[in-house]
Design a protein around this ligand. Structure first.
Ligand SMILES: Nc1nc2c(ncn2[C@@H]2O[C@H](COP(=O)(O)OP(=O)(O)OP(=O)(O)O)[C@@H](O)[C@H]2O)c(=O)[nH]1
Ligand SMILES: [Mg+2]
Length: 294
């Protein structure tokens, strides 16, 4: 009998949850960046081998904040945490465990499903930083046996899979053997463009962006794809930054997006039309947040 489990990946922003998922699925399923709070949705990545299937749900990093967008993001993570067979708790040893980490550990200790704890980024963490993290985990999950890995360098991830499969319930596969995500094409396209638009942006700008695919025409027969997308920012001044001097930055975003989109539409003639738009205070717009964050 095969095993099949849904696994929510939970942790602070930037702990490497999406990087882990991409390494496991061997492709970009969920966008990543050095900016905290990159992931905004519950993103499924499916891993299948002879043991069975693990349906990972990547979640927004849990961050203490009363802002509308953050509260929405937290809701996504809490729902995923409550509604899965197992939890993978991803912790970044480079950051000292503070109130945020304690909040997450507190939430997770109340959850009864099996948990696997992974100390990520062991390629760059010092022994002291790893020990500090182990002490924190022992305090919060007495007797736990955290694993160590580097999601970026794909090191130690097999052990994480072994631990997850060991505690997974038996059951038939929920998805096809070749499936790796359930995201629709428009969403995947918008996320790739968002990743490229976030790249190199500082302060509030990465958080002030959302991407809207206005048109996506895909002809499998003609092997042609046409994308028109709007990069939305909150302020007029941010528009100029995204466009860049002489359109230099928007050109960079287009070229970088193009490269990744080619992987989604291999062998297709691709046309990408990007526009920048101001959408004042979109992060306060509950209707829009409902549509964007799920
Ligand atoms: N050195 C190193 N860097 C890592 C590792 N895992 C992730 N990173 C880096 O950490 C940053 C954040 O990674 P993400 O995967 O986007 O983190 P996340 O937990 O999904 O973050 P949110 O979506 O904001 O919650 C990126 O710059 C990654 O390249 C790792 O194992 N080693
Ligand atoms: Mg993420």
């Amino acid at each position: 009998m095969t095993k099949c489990a849904s696994v929510s990946i939970i942790g602070r922003p930037s702990s490497g949850k999406s990087t882990f998922l991409n390494s496991i699925c061997e492709r970009k399923v969920s966008i990543t960046s050095p900016t905290p709070q990159t992931t905004r949705n519950a993103i499924k990545g499916i891993y299948t081998d002879t043991r069975g299937q693990l349906i990972f749900v990547d979640t927004p990093g849990i961050h203490l904040s009363e802002a509308n967008l953050n509260k929405k993001l937290q809701e996504v993570s809490v729902t995923a945490m409550d509604d899965c067979d197992e939890v993978l708790y991803m912790i970044d040893p480079k950051r000292e465990p503070g109130p945020e980490e304690r909040l997450i550990a507190g939430m997770l200790s109340k959850i009864t499903c099996p948990k696997v704890i992974c100390i990520n980024k062991n390629d760059i963490a010092s022994e002291d930083e790893i020990q500090r993290t182990r002490d924190f985990l022992e305090e919060n999950f007495p007797g736990c046996e955290p694993l160590e890995a580097s999601s970026l360098e794909d090191d130690g991830l097999d052990e994480v899979l072994i631990a997850l499969f060991a505690q997974a319930p038996e059951g038939p596969l929920m998805y096809g053997e070749d499936d790796f995500t359930d995201q629709d094409l428009e969403f995947r396209v918008s996320e790739i463009i968002r990743e490229k638009a976030m790249d190199g942006m500082k302060d509030e700008l990465p958080h002030s962006l959302y991407v809207e695919v206005a048109d996506l025409q895909y002809s499998e027969e003609k092997k042609e794809v046409w994308v028109r997308a709007f990069i939305n920012v909150e302020h007029e001044s941010q528009k100029g930054i995204i466009v860049g001097r002489g359109g230099e930055n928007i050109r960079r975003i287009r070229i970088a997006s193009f490269k990744d989109l080619k992987k989604i539409f291999p062998g297709c003639k691709l046309q990408v039309d990007l526009r920048v738009k101001t959408s004042p205070q979109w992060r306060q717009n509950d209707m829009l947040l409902k549509k964007l964050i799920k």
